[in-house]
Design a binder for this molecule. Structure first.
Ligand SMILES: Cc1cc2nc3c(=O)[nH]c(=O)nc-3n(C[C@H](O)[C@H](O)[C@H](O)COP(=O)(O)O)c2cc1C
Length: 231
């Protein structure tokens, strides 16, 4: 009897351990449990100390799925409530206002599905295949800029594949990169470090990670973050 009980316990422990796998299966949603509102909005990342940047020429690059979908952006879940802006665009506008920088929207050849599930599937497929989706917007005068803010959502725990296309296209050697990201619990998802690895000859300053639910009210946090960087 004791042997049967021990066997049953053993099976139970094995099943529990399997259920705790850190890697999601294909069918799982990539969106993790949301953080509590006490979670800090600003992420820290190992970067150089903020130089005096206020005189530098600034470009603010962002990828917003709302601008790369066939679906009406205004009714899409990818826009900030009460606006027609995608998450990254909303933050990009605040940065532009403070820094005087110019905006650049990353546009893709492929239009993404407007609904969450097909979008999640397509994003995962791109990631699994290591696709570098063709971009249709290009920065013609990168040489004019000293500082490039780069905004994007976390997709499947890292950068959307579109962002890998972007970093593949440009060499940011000698430039300063400042990342900003929106997410649903993964915070920066390690992407600040990934960017530093993709662009080893750029200086990557401390980025900001804003939870999707906080985007509409993130203005003060973003301004404070910029102030800490010298703007
Ligand atoms: C395809 C897809 C994958 C996602 N994966 C993650 C993830 O791994 N971690 C996370 O915190 N949020 C994840 N999210 C949530 C987005 O990062 C978050 O909603 C973001 O604010 C979306 O910005 P956007 O609407 O401009 O794309 C994912 C969303 C989508 C659509």
């Amino acid at each position: 009897m004791k042997r049967i009980a021990a066997l049953l316990l053993c099976c139970l422990l094995m099943l529990t351990a399997c259920g705790q796998s850190a890697q999601p299966t294909e069918a799982e949603s990539p969106i993790p449990e949301p953080q509590t509102s006490a979670a800090p909005v600003v992420e820290s990342v190992e970067t150089a100390a903020a130089p005096s940047v206020s005189d530098d020429k600034v470009l603010i690059v962002y990828f917003a799925v709302a601008e790369n979908s066939d679906v009406d952006a205004v009714s899409s879940a990818s826009v900030v409530a009460g606006t027609s802006d995608g998450m990254s665009k909303f933050i990009a506008d605040i940065i532009a206002e403070r820094t005087g920088g110019e905006l650049f929207s990353i546009r893709t050849e492929e239009k993404f599905p407007g609904q969450y599930e097909p979008l999640a599937d397509r994003a995962k497929e791109q990631q699994n295949n290591g696709e570098l989706p063709p971009l249709t917007s290009h920065i013609e005068n990168l040489g004019d800029y000293d500082v490039i803010f780069i905004g994007y959502p976390v997709w499947w725990y890292t950068l959307p594949q579109v962002m890998f296309s972007f970093f593949d296209e440009y060499d940011f050697a000698g430039k300063t990169i400042v990342p900003f990201v929106t997410h649903y619990g993964s915070r920066d998802g390690g992407t600040f470090r990934t960017i530093a690895e993709l662009e080893p000859e750029a200086t990557v300053l401390q980025g900001i990670a804003v939870h999707q639910n906080d985007v509409a009210n993130c203005r003060e946090d973003v301004l404070e973050w910029l102030s800490g960087l010298g703007w």
